[in-house]
Design a protein around this ligand. Structure first.
Ligand code: PLP
Length: 286
């Protein structure tokens, strides 16, 4: 059965949804996106994703084509039309389609932004990977300097996932100046003793919405959190590790560059944080 997707004000069957060949998202990766998870037909942390979207748009001098209340309505309508119980909603806003290919930004008064949303059904809460944990390798971080903006320039993260696949593992952690920035599509954490360590916020990483929630829950549970850079060597010597993102929640990491962490099984901190995150997010879902 075909999905119903949203394009520039219309709900359409996916086969009929079209965007111009001159769209700047297509030509220049001139666009931003968000991924919001759905559990039990409800959106997790919509307010956090909407706030980050507004920030991404404003950092790129882009104008939101709809306000955030309307955006919530569109998300909910797509959940309803597609009968989505569990999965994600992908949202992309680009600087629109100018009349020709031109590096210079068009006037937003003359060229409206393009907005596209679609659903992706997927079992998220009962993920088999969460029970075994995932394996990662460290690779060089060759992305641009504004990773705090959630842009659609995802070629290097895709290449990173391919390098992980070629190495027979699940994902890659990105390393810059000897320190781990984040995963290809997630934030990275290690646990040493009673401390949870994750990279501090800055332009070097995406400010994960799941990261913010998980660190809040960890502090509320009296866990110690250190927001600072850590090296891949420190990670390999950690007791446990994990990643967070909207679609993986809290996912244990059991091996880095072939080195097993702890006893090679998901650690207690990651396991507990995953449970807390799932419980609390379900309670506050809208
Ligand atoms: N870091 C990167 C590079 C990402 O692409 C993502 C998610 O796509 C994250 C971190 C996690 O962010 P969030 O928790 O908001 O999904």
């Amino acid at each position: 059965m075909s999905r119903t997707v949203y394009v520039n004000g219309e709900y359409l069957p996916e086969e009929d949804a079209k965007v111009s060949v001159f769209d700047r998202g297509f030509l220049f990766a001139d666009g931003v996106y968000e991924v919001t998870s759905v559990l039990g037909g409800k959106l997790l942390d919509f307010a956090g994703h909407a706030k980050r979207l507004e920030r991404s748009l404003s950092e790129l001098d882009m104008v939101a084509p709809v306000d955030m209340d309307a955006l919530l309505d569109i998300h909910r309508e797509l959940v309803r039309l597609n009968d989505l119980d569990e999965g994600m909603i992908y949202l992309q806003i680009t600087r629109g389609a100018d009349r020709d290919r031109d590096f210079v930004f068009p006037d937003p008064e003359k060229v409206p932004a393009t907005i596209v949303l679609f659903t992706q059904a997927k079992a998220l809460a009962d993920s088999p990977a969460a029970k075994t944990g995932i394996k990662v390798i460290g690779i060089e971080d060759l992305r641009w300097g504004r990773r705090d903006i959630k842009t659609v320039q995802l070629l290097y993260p895709s290449m990173g996932k391919m390098m992980a696949k070629a190495a027979g593992v699940d994902d890659a952690w990105l390393i810059e100046d000897g320190h781990v920035t984040e995963g290809t599509s997630n934030n990275a954490y290690i646990v040493k003793g009673a401390r949870i360590i994750t990279r501090h916020l800055g332009n070097e990483i995406l400010h994960g919405i799941t990261r913010a929630a998980v660190l809040r829950f960890a502090r509320e549970a009296q866990m110690q959190v250190e927001e600072r850079a850590f090296s891949i060597e420190e990670a390999k010597a950690a007791d446990e590790a994990f990643i967070t993102s909207a679609s993986t929640f809290v996912m244990p990491v059991v091996e880095i560059d072939g080195v097993a962490l702890g006893d090679g099984a998901p650690g207690p901190v990651a396991t507990q944080l995953r449970e807390i995150y799932l419980d609390e997010s379900r309670k506050s879902a809208v």
